[in-house]
Design a binder for this molecule. Structure first.
Ligand code: FAD
Length: 319
């Protein structure tokens, strides 16, 4: 079976991100998974990657990946597409992953299927399932030219272990001058022990305009911490400056697909839904029983969030 390249997402200290295991699970349906690892740490990560079905790890240990923005990773993938002719390339549907996918498609004359929530093998090549128009329709797409490049939404596919061992193969790589134009001058790394990363989290608690102010939004953080959850926000909140923009969920923010999404004081506008409606379970707290968020919620509480949320925290802390 042809190889399916999976671009690994990992932390600076080499910890494999969960989305990489999700990509490996999807890759197994399409062919033989082979991980593409940028920077140091491939050898240490190989066992973990093997547990999820990786048979090979292409390791390109170059400082270019930490010095320059995304372009070196796209060049490395293009180099591997040319040398191993994979059946497909899978990347995480994160901001960086999607940027890499687009650049790779231009370099290889291929098509990109972005924001996939499922991937299956089809007669005409890999089939990606994509929610469109804010999730109101679902399309199944294939790539007709070149090597299919698929950006898979984090948390959309459950990682499934598969016994195996991954052999590490060193790849020599040097970024072109063109790839060195955007330099990383500072990388902000979240400290360990803080909340989980928004797009990786199993549970996300998001707050909306109903929180009333930056001070009012603090109740969202308290609920999130009681659940070990990541914090998200609607655009109304980030535009008002109550919470930083990087936590915005929605069409123009992050896309999340956790096991549990708790929407507090959020009306459920289509642009917000676009970023969260593939969450496995949705719970909404809103004082307006007609709020559109209740149309997609599995559990709903109609009430004032400043009354409901403290009671919820109390109950959670009892268990
Ligand atoms: P509102 O719509 O004002 O809703 C507040 C809710 O809180 C109401 O339902 C109200 O009943 C409830 N509430 C009020 N007080 C309480 C209380 N005390 N207790 C309980 N409930 C209470 N939005 C996003 O979120 N993400 C995006 O990425 C995004 N991208 C956009 C892109 C474009 C091009 C456009 C045009 C818009 C975009 N928006 C996005 C904005 C979107 O249309 C909505 O305006 C926004 O999501 C509304 O945020 P909200 O639900 O917090 O506020």
């Amino acid at each position: 079976m042809a190889e399916v390249l999976v671009l690994a997402e990992h932390s600076a200290d080499g910890e494999v991100k969960k989305v990489t295991l999700e990509l490996l699970t999807a890759a197994r349906r399409l062919g033989t998974p082979a991980v593409v690892w940028t920077g140091p740490g491939a050898q240490a990560a190989a066992a973990r990657l093997g547990e999820y079905g990786a048979e090979k790890v292409y390791a390109a240990d170059s400082a270019d990946f930490t010095s320059y923005v995304v372009a070196p990773a796209a060049e490395l993938l293009a180099q591997l597409v040319a040398s191993v002719s994979p059946a497909a390339v899978l990347v995480a549907g994160t901001t960086e992953g999607k940027e890499i996918a687009g650049r790779l498609a231009v370099k290889t004359g291929s098509g990109v299927l972005s924001d996939a929530v499922n991937v299956t093998a089809g007669d005409g090549g890999p089939v990606a399932e994509q929610p469109n128009f804010g999730g109101s329709i679902t399309v199944h797409s294939t790539v007709k030219a070149g090597t299919p490049i698929i950006a898979v939404r984090p948390n959309a596919i459950s990682p499934e272990a598969s016994a195996g061992a991954a052999a590490v193969e060193a790849v020599s790589f040097a970024a072109s001058d063109a790839a060195k134009t955007a330099v990383i001058s500072e990388r902000v790394v979240a400290e360990k022990g803080e909340r989980p990363e928004l797009t990786e989290a199993q549970v996300v608690v998001s707050g909306g305009r109903g929180t009333g102010s930056a001070d009012g939004f603090a109740i969202i953080e308290k609920l999130a911490d009681s659940l070990g959850a990541a914090v998200g926000a609607s655009r109304a909140v980030t535009d008002a400056g109550w919470y930083p923009h990087q936590f915005q969920v929605g069409q123009t923010g992050k896309t999340v697909s956790p096991q549990l999404y708790v929407a507090v004081g959020i009306s459920g506008a289509i642009q917000h839904r676009a970023g969260m409606q593939t969450s496995k379970t949705i719970m909404a707290i809103n004082k307006d029983p007609e709020a559109p968020i209740f149309e997609i919620a599995d559990y709903g509480i109609v009430g004032d969030l400043f009354t409901v949320v403290p009671q919820l925290i109390d109950e959670i802390q009892k268990h």
